[in-house]
Write a protein that binds this ligand. Structure first.
Ligand SMILES: Cc1cc2nc3c(=O)[nH]c(=O)nc-3n(C[C@H](O)[C@H](O)[C@H](O)COP(=O)(O)OP(=O)(O)OC[C@H]3O[C@@H](n4cnc5c(N)ncnc54)[C@H](O)[C@@H]3O)c2cc1C
Ligand code: FES
Length: 276
């Protein structure tokens, strides 16, 4: 096998699940049997996904490493490349490089209560960590999952959002910006869910993923609630080219999002020249 780090490995699409009108979960299997067996990753890492002769995009792994042989990427149709990926069918092939990036600090979460806050497709990388935590349930404390979507039809992973609260000490709350006539749940940004979530900053780590404006508001509120800067963990998105720290395309100040991130604590983030 070639040692060229830029050469993608071929993966076959085994299944495609329509999550919403513009988000699909692709289940993939590497063609190379050795790689299929040896591939490992940590929650929060991403893959560089390529469509042959079209280009590459970074996409987080949305499945959990506790469910090996079930590599999943949940992809929102955002533009040209993701549009092309959405045009693929079961049995088609795509290219994959990775896993890349700093993962969620799983070992630091052991024994803690966990608060997950996701906006839109931001639930994809958190889904990897949530399923990891629930597959190792006894190692973690109380789990609270807050999710904000634009409309009820934009809520992904509906099956899991209903299954997760059946586990011990797991609470799931969902809110939408724009309800439809059937919606009976919360309306407003994800921060409107604070008072329903029984949160205490004590012994709780917050893990956030979503659009930058949502992250800003969530972080401001968590700091007011008494969360320490080290106990707020979030992801930062930047345009990427190489994914491996060589091109400098994803730099924020002296940090490269692809290797130093995409997962950062708020203490690390606030040192960066970014509004998030
Ligand atoms: C580490 C990381 C993990 C990601 N994980 C996921 C995931 O799990 N699922 C998912 O659907 N998407 C994810 N993304 C975002 C995804 O990479 C972009 O949506 C994709 O690159 C858009 O490519 P495109 O060719 O389809 O769109 P383009 O035609 O290139 O652009 C469409 C629009 O998206 C914007 N855009 C493109 N790339 C980015 C980016 N990196 N950050 C912010 N805006 C961008 C462009 O400015 C433009 O407005 C992730 C991004 C990063 C950096
Ligand atoms: S994408 Fe090239 S250095 Fe990060």
């Amino acid at each position: 096998m070639s040692n060229n780090i830029y050469l993608p490995h071929i993966a076959v699409i085994k299944d495609i699940k329509e999550e919403t009108g513009d988000i699909r979960t692709f289940t993939l299997a590497f063609k190379d049997r050795g790689l299929k067996k040896s591939f490992s990753f940590r929650p929060g890492q991403f893959m560089m996904v390529s469509v042959f002769q079209a280009g590459e995009v970074p996409i987080s792994i949305s499945s959990s490493p506790t469910q090996p042989g079930n590599l999943q990427l949940s992809i929102k149709k955002a533009g040209s490349l993701t549009g092309k990926i959405h045009g693929h069918k079961v049995g088609d092939e795509i290219g994959l490089r990775g896993p890349y990036g700093r993962s969620f600090p799983v070992e630091r979460l052991i024994g803690k209560n966990l608060l997950f806050v996701a906006g839109g497709i931001g639930l994809a990388p958190l889904r990897s960590l949530i399923n990891y935590v629930l597959d190792k349930r006894t190692e973690f404390g109380r789990v609270t999952i807050l999710h904000g979507a634009r409309t009820p039809s934009d809520i992904p992973f509906r099956h899991e959002l209903s299954r997760w609260p059946k586990e011990r000490d797991v609470k799931v709350l969902v809110t939408v910006d724009r309800p439809d006539s059937k919606w009976r749940g919360s309306v407003g940004p994800v921060t409107t869910l604070w008072n329903k979530a029984d949160l205490s900053g004590q012994d709780t780590l917050a893990i956030i993923c979503g659009p930058p404006v949502m992250i800003s508001f969530v972080v401001m509120d968590l700091l007011k609630m008494g969360f320490s800067e080290d106990d707020i963990i979030s992801t930062l998105e930047r345009h990427m080219k190489c994914g491996v720290g060589k091109c400098g395309h994803c730099s924020i100040g002296h940090q490269l999002t692809c290797v130093d991130g995409p997962v950062f604590t708020y203490r690390e983030m606030k040192e960066l020249p970014t509004d998030l």
